[in-house]
Design a protein around this ligand. Structure first.
Ligand code: ATP
Ligand code: MG
Length: 426
């Protein structure tokens, strides 16, 4: 007999079925007992009568919560149970007995501290509302791949072990690489740009990025998943258009393919384009609301909250001061801005992108002007010397996106096994 999922029992009418899963709860009333069996699709009631099979009754009702069993029995329609169907077990096999007490309750309604939940993530992930986040994450990533593949992007993988910092800076994890020092890459930036000189034209990468952020916030991780694209013969507006399509398609995919995930999600209806306001305009909003901030300063959380108050959920802030954006951003028409943008969800940054500098001499000068060592960037600069088209791209943080869609307060909830300053296990 083929194992069926709990939900299939509800949906197709079979007389006999085999199901397997975790014991969610047991209610023993003496002559009759109810066992709630849980698998990835939901919960199914097993109804046991003591009379016909005393042995089986005792065997199953004395099991601990979260033990794993496989059972075969008659399927019976019942108005009283959750799914309209129950199983009357005729035989059962105990596959694994769960120890007591559980370090974290699965069936109980009580809210646990996030730290306790993360310490016992394997149990935490047995909860429906926690698993929902990862179904959402998987679906959004599937949608991103589909959208990009449809637009003729190819999937690439660039090294995570690198010799030079992407942007210089201190946010790097150094480690010993044989006799030398190496780093975990903080972004595929330099490599995806090198690929623009090869003619691949449109590339994407969904992979880990490592940042030694030395601060504890609810929106920073030390290892996160970055969705990166780079596109040749394009400017910043072209890649903002693409980002809109990627995000809107993501929402559509959830709406169409997983309506059961929609409840409680921040998925707006009928959005097509996100407004694009310049940094200068954004600054003016914050200033009008009484914030003292000078042109050229980075937008603080306080400023971003004020700006978000005057904007729809999703909006771009464009044309940033050149000095606070990386050297590879293309300078604007004036002498103080650059062609870079952030996509915001309310006050949170979800994506950064830009048209890039593709001129070798200008790039070299910008690296030097930032006090970085040209020698360190030789492997990168070389790709600009022998034919490099204009190009643009962005990096979308998968967890930031999931966090905004699922309305999570803490980014750690959007990762299976988060890495932060204090957490290296599990
Ligand atoms: P922030 O200002 O929010 O710290 P950033 O400007 O340093 O972010 P970028 O270098 O622009 O980040 O990275 C591109 C995207 O990667 C960000 O928009 C964000 O979605 C995501 N990201 C960056 N750093 C982190 C992090 N430490 N944890 C999770 N996601 C991150
Ligand atoms: Mg950024």
């Amino acid at each position: 007999m083929k194992r069926m999922y709990c939900r299939e029992i509800r949906e197709s009418y079979v007389q006999e079925a085999e199901v397997a899963g975790w014991i969610h709860d047991i209610r023993n009333l003496g002559g009759i007992a109810f066992i709630l069996l849980r698998d990835r699709t939901g919960i199914l009631q097993l109804t046991l009568l003591k009379k016909p099979n005393k042995e089986l009754f005792k065997h199953l009702t004395t099991l601990t919560r979260e033990s794993v069993i496989r059972t075969k029995g008659k399927v019976q329609r019942s108005e009283k149970v959750m799914n309209g169907f129950e199983i009357l077990p005729e035989s059962a096999e105990v596959l694994s007995v769960a120890a007591v007490p559980l370090p974290l309750g699965v069936a109980d309604k009580v809210e646990s501290e996030l730290d306790t939940r993360l310490d016992n993530r394997f149990l935490d992930l047995r909860k429906k509302e926690v698993r929902k986040i990862f179904y959402l994450r998987s679906l959004l990533l599937k949608s991103v791949r589909r959208t990009l593949e449809n637009e003729e992007f190819i999937e690439t993988h660039t090294p995570k072990i690198v010799a030079a910092a992407t942007e210089g800076g201190t946010e790097l994890f150094p480690f010993r690489y044989f006799e030398r020092e190496a780093y975990l890459n903080q972004s595929p930036q330099l490599y995806k740009q090198i690929l623009m000189s090869t003619g691949f034209d449109r590339v994407y990468e969904i992979g880990p990025a490592f940042r030694a952020e030395g601060h504890d916030t609810v929106r920073h991780l030390n290892e996160f998943t970055s969705i990166d694209i780079e596109m040749a013969f394009s400017n910043h507006h072209d890649v903002m258009d693409l980002l809109e399509r990627v995000i809107v398609e993501g929402y559509e995919t959830v709406r169409k393919e997983a309506p059961e995930l929609m409840e409680g999600m921040n998925i707006p209806e009928n959005v097509e384009a996100f407004p694009r306001i310049t940094y200068t305009e954004a600054l003016d909003i914050a200033k009008k609301k009484g914030l003292r901030i000078e042109w050229g300063e980075d937008l603080s959380m306080e400023a971003l909250r004020l700006i978000a108050g005057e904007s729809p959920d999703l909006y771009f802030i464009t044309d940033w001061p050149d000095a606070i954006k990386p050297f590879y951003a293309m300078p604007g028409e004036d002498d103080r801005t650059c062609r870079s943008f952030d996509l915001m969800y309310r006050e949170k940054e979800v994506t950064s992108g830009a048209q890039r500098v593709h001129d070798y001499e200008l790039l070299k000068k910008r690296i030097a002007d930032r006090g970085l060592d040209i020698e360190d960037f030789g492997f990168y600069l070389n790709a600009f010397k022998y034919g490099m088209p204009p190009h643009a791209g962005w990096g979308l943080g998968a967890e930031r996106w999931v966090m905004t869609v699922a309305g999570l307060e803490n980014i750690r909830e959007a990762v299976l096994f988060p890495r932060d300053m204090h957490r290296l296990v599990p």
